[in-house]
Every structure is written in C-alpha cells, then in structure tokens.
Design a protein around this ligand. Sequence first.
Ligand code: PRT
Ligand code: ZN
Length: 284
Amino acid sequence: MLRIAVQSKGRLYDETMDLLKAAGIKLVAVKRTLLVPSRNFPVELLFLRDDDIPASVASGTADVGIVGLNEVLEKRQYVNVLRPLGFSRCRLSLAIPKDEEYTGLEWFNGKTIATSYPNVLNEFLEKQNIDACVHEISGSVEVAPGIGMADGIFDIVSSGGTLISNNLKEVETVIDSEAVLIGNDKYLNDEKREVLDELIFRIEAVKAAEKKKYMLMNVPLDKLDAVLEILPGIKSPTILPLADDRWRSVHAVLDEKDLWSVINQLKNVGAEGILVLNIEEMVP
Ligand code: PRT
Ligand code: ZN
C-alpha cells in the first residue's frame, strides 16, 4: 500500500483530488478522516496541512506527497521532486510599496523584508549579495509595509490582486511554483515502487490527455480527402468502414483550442454526425 500525503483543505485540495480521480483512484469514503484507503488501487491518502507534507515524506510517514514547490523549497526536507503537476501555479516574488522608485535589487540593501518563506529568501539574498533584514511572519505578509513593519515583502503572487489592493508592486520574481509530486526513495520497497510507477504512469496519461479531444464523424467517401486535410497536426487519423460503403467513420485526436474552427470546417466540407469526447473520460 503506497501512502500519499495530500492537503486536507485549501488551495491544493480540489485539483489534487481531481487528478487522483482522473487517474482512476477511487476512495473508500469521502469523509475527512486522516487516512483514507482507495477501494480500487493499492494506495491510501494521508490528509495533512500542506506545511507538514514535505516532512511526512522525508520521514517515511508518507511515501509520496502532493504539495507546492514553494513549500518543498522552504522546508528543506530530504525529498525528491518526481513530477511537476501543472496546477496551483504561482510565484514567490519580492514586492515594495507602489510609490517607491525601484532601482534594482540593491534597493533592498539595508531594508527589512517580511515573509513566510525565510529560507528561500535568505538563500536568494545571499546569492545576490544583498544585505537585508528578513522578518518572518506567518500570515498576512502583504499588510506589513502598510503598518510600518517592513519595507518590502516576499510572498506568493498569483493574479497580483492582493499586491494591488495593498498598494504594493511586484519587482522581482524569485521562484515559479506549481504543485509537484514528491517522493523519498529511502523507504520504498519493491511493492511500493511498483505502485508508484503505475501512479506516475497514470498521472502522465492524464496530463497528456488534458486539453485534447477525441473526435468521431461520418464522412462521404468523396469528401474524405478534404476532411483529412482539415484535421490539424494529426498524423494518422483512423478511418473505418461503415455498413454503407459510400461513407467512412473518421476518428481523430485534436487540441481543444482548435476544436470549434475544425468543427466548422468539417461541417462545411460535408462531415456529419460529429461527436467530441474528452479523452480523460475514456480512461477506464
Ligand atoms: O492549511 P494549510 O497549511 O494546508 O494551507 P495554507 O493556507 O498554508 O495554503 P493554501 O491552501 O493557501 O495554499 C496552498 C498552496 O497553493 C501554496 O503553498 C501555493 O503552492 C499554492 N498557491 C497558488 C497559492 C496561491 N496560488 C495564492 N495565490 N498560495 C497562496 N496564495 C495566496 C498568497 O499568499 C497571497 O496572499 O493568495 C494571495 C495572492 O494571490 P493573488 O491572486 O491576489 O496574487
Ligand atoms: Zn500551509
């Protein structure tokens, strides 16, 4: 049984559960107990605060975890990043009051910076040879300059709305973050390793299928060439016979972004019965 540490509630929760569901992992109960086994795959989920996920994986309490890269870098635990997961994207940035004139990183020399990410910030400042005072606070970092507690902040930015509403401006992006799958191969036995390989295989499949559509249509034989010309970037659409020999069934995979323009063109040249499926829904 492979144990996966996931956030119990918060910004990572929904997409973590969506990903595991798309990977075909069904849970025994949705009730928020600490440890929930799957009923169709040899894994169990350990629900934790995101701050505790890197340590749980480093200590072997959990075998793998899903957490923001920002937490992994800050917590400095012995874990490997196995795979980026492409959701909860954000960045760790330096920001200063919007009316300040920013002259480059030297602006921070002799200044106080409030943050919940002191390790990441100290490492960055050291590398850049900036001598600033790092003031660690655990939440509401964005209010620190307004109440005179700090000159600038180092915090997570996503849309930038929080900075704007606190009269701050982003001046340096230090790290781009997203949710990642972390692991620790120290404690994995052969059985767990096999489950982990299967889990990663399924995650890869889900990621590859995202934003792709599977399309089926009926095409009159004399329109087949025109239809094949329209289907973009598709190396080998599948063409199948139909009971009526004047028609063919054409199956193809395409990018979601091309969907509507392709459908219109296909209709114009005489394709009929066009059906579009999400690829992830086809995973058994
Ligand atoms: O309770 P627990 O400890 O588990 O959760 P938490 O409250 O510590 O974390 P949570 O759920 O807020 O965030 C979990 C992870 O989501 C973070 O570690 C990041 O990897 C990722 N993430 C993505 C974000 C954001 N986007 C985000 N926008 N985490 C926080 N924010 C906050 C940020 O701190 C700031 O206050 O949102 C504000 C900025 O957002 P914008 O859109 O206004 O720029
Ligand atoms: Zn947290």
